[in-house]
Design a protein around this ligand. Structure first.
Ligand SMILES: [Zn+2]
Length: 127
């Protein structure tokens, strides 16, 4: 399911380093502006597409949950357009309500990522 969604996304957007470029009108979205809405050229048939980075993030998130990761994040962070960020807010914090979780503006942080880093064999890295 997610593989098909990724193939379809890449049929509409060309991936080039930190840019995603619309195959139809050539509009590019840089990764650091993933929360902004895409501004396609007038008449572009992908005009209705919001940001491709967010679409990719959602597909990958679904894949990660499907792979057995816990679906419950430890905390949330919101990246701001000025390069700063808001939070992190613990998932149990009462300011982290469902409206924020579903807004797409907040990125979940998973405690399991840290556990994986700690468990990485030392032989893989420099001595
Ligand atoms: Zn376009």
């Amino acid at each position: 399911m997610e593989n098909k969604m990724i193939r379809e996304l890449y049929a509409r957007w060309r991936f080039n380093a930190d840019l995603m470029t619309c195959n139809e009108c050539g509009y590019s979205v840089i990764a650091t502006r993933m929360h902004e809405t895409a501004h396609h050229a007038a008449g572009c048939k992908h005009e209705g597409e919001r940001n491709p980075w967010l679409q990719l993030a959602e597909i990958l998130e679904a894949l990660k949950v499907g792979a057995g990761e816990t679906a419950k994040p430890a905390a949330w962070i919101r990246f701001c357009s000025d390069g700063g960020y808001e939070g992190p807010l613990a998932d149990c914090d009462k300011r982290m309500d469902d409206a924020r979780r579903k807004s797409g503006a907040w990125t979940p942080l998973f405690a399991t990522h840290n556990a994986e880093l700690r468990g990485r064999p030392l032989a893989d890295g420099p001595a």
